[in-house]
Design a protein around this ligand. Structure first.
Ligand SMILES: [Zn+2]
Length: 468
């Protein structure tokens, strides 16, 4: 009797060992943030997301997506579980096939993704991929590797990346240090990890991981000529379908969940609502109200307009906390945000889909970083800026000068505004604060008006006085 029992144990062990060995082993990337940081960043961003994006707010759809999500979350392998994380799933009333996840667990699925999925398994595939990015803490891992900036910048960068999307203006991303790219657009290595872990989670939850590959194909086809937003944030590392299929074979799922009654009734319910607006319609403020009577009405957008009054020759002085003093044309308005302050004329600034943008004026901010020389810190800023803005070009090397009586650099840049599609000129001034953080001033105007604006931007820069 005793012999038989131990034989059974040995057999069980062997089976489980061979099962584990067949799977691809995943190691979460290095991360200098704590899981509690992920939770904090994600929670802050979630509050903003829910204010800015048109949420569907339909109980039956939400609770269904929640159930599928929860089933996947229960099957995250133990080594990637974080007690502090809380995975939540909400549906955004937007047409594109898209989904995104915030650090620490808040996740958002576009209505278009649920509508275009052919099976529950396909929808679960996208969710499993996003869950994997969260569980592997890819957002903060990428921020750890990307730069030496602290939490504040990262928080606003997440928002820029999500809310700005394609419609965000290039210049407004300067304030966020192009962190959008560093934070939400993942590289091939992380993508492959999220695919593989996603496949493993799917299999453990009883789904066929190949459904994830087929959903990715649907997304690729959806794009037509232009790359769909989901793919631009989650680039195909190459051979995506092949390695997912290989992983699926090693996972051996029998009788996978394909389609469910719930999935079909949710799709039918969505089909009865009036069509979801596109992100672009929401950004332009032309989308209609949600048919469900929820808060699906997008926040009104006021993009910058073509008519902008010339800068006043009279200047008004502002004290920014106890940090610095600045003078700007008296017909420019002050708009402060968490990490920066913007001064712009009426019509020269606006909000596109909740993201503030400006075509005329200046933005001033401070970026915390570790000890770098002014040159290095400026280069780091420019590099992340260029990464986020492929159209951005530098016209000449930085020139030395002073800003607020301190050694500074001035860099001239040219860009194509994503807000207007027109060419714009940018002047970037940088200097260092006493604690080593980088102080920056960005002036922008359309190329055709730069003759008028350059001397004004210069005068604003010369007005800077540091108070500490
Ligand atoms: Zn991804």
């Amino acid at each position: 009797m005793k012999r038989q029992v131990s034989a059974a144990i040995v057999t069980t062990l062997l089976v489980s060992v061979s099962f584990v060995a067949a799977q691809t082993k995943i190691t979460a990337p290095k991360n200098k943030y704590s899981p509690a940081d992920d939770v904090k960043l994600g929670r802050e961003a979630a509050t903003e997301v829910e204010q800015q994006l048109p949420m569907l707010n339909d109980d039956r759809v939400d609770s269904y997506v929640d159930r599928v999500g929860a089933r996947l979350v229960e099957n995250i392998p133990t080594e990637f579980r974080h007690n502090q994380f809380r995975y939540t799933f909400d549906v955004v009333n937007l047409r594109e096939i898209n989904a995104f996840a915030l650090p620490g667990g808040p996740m958002y699925a576009h209505r278009g993704m649920i509508e275009k999925a052919r099976t529950e398994g396909e929808m679960a595939g996208v969710l499993a991929h996003e869950i994997s990015h969260v569980a592997l803490r890819h957002g903060t891992a990428q921020a750890s590797a990307a730069g030496k900036y602290q939490m504040g910048q990262i928080g606003s960068a997440i928002l820029g990346a999500i809310i700005g999307g394609r419609t965000g203006d290039a210049v407004s991303q300067v304030g966020q240090f192009g962190f959008g790219t560093a934070f939400m657009k993942y590289g091939r290595e992380y993508e492959k990890q999220a695919d593989i872990l996603g496949a493993q989670i799917m299999a453990r939850a009883g789904y066929d991981p190949r459904a994830m590959a087929s959903m990715f194909r649907t997304i690729e086809q959806e794009g037509g000529g232009r790359s769909p937003e989901w793919l631009s944030n989650h680039p195909n590392p190459g051979n995506r379908a092949e390695y997912i299929t290989r992983e699926a074979q090693s996972l051996r799922v029998t009788n996978p969940v394909q389609n469910t009654q719930d999935f079909q009734s949710v799709q039918a319910r969505l089909g009865q609502m009036s069509p979801a607006p596109s992100t672009e319609e929401v950004a332009r403020g032309t989308a209609g109200r949600s048919p469900t009577g929820g808060t699906g009405n997008p926040r009104t957008s006021t993009p910058p307009s073509a008519r902008v009054a010339a800068p006043s020759t009279k200047f008004t002085t502002y004290n920014e906390g106890d940090v610095f003093r600045i003078g700007v044309p008296s017909n420019w308005q002050e708009m402060a945000s968490e990490n920066s302050v913007m001064f712009a004329p009426q019509g020269g600034h606006g909000a596109i889909n909740g993201q503030s943008v400006f075509t005329h004026g200046v933005q001033v901010g401070i970026a915390r970083n570790e000890t770098h020389s002014l040159e290095e810190a400026t280069q780091e800023l420019l590099a992340s800026f260029a990464q986020a803005n492929p159209q951005l070009g530098r016209s000449g090397n930085p020139t030395k000068g002073t800003l607020g009586g301190r050694a500074g650099l001035r860099t001239m840049l040219a860009n194509v505004s994503e807000a207007t599609g027109g060419r714009e000129r940018i002047v970037l001034y940088t200097t260092q604060m006493k604690d080593g953080s980088l102080f920056y001033l960005i002036g922008v105007s359309p190329e055709g008006e730069f003759g008028t604006y350059q001397p004004v931007i210069n005068r604003v820069a010369q007005s800077i006085r540091f108070l500490r």
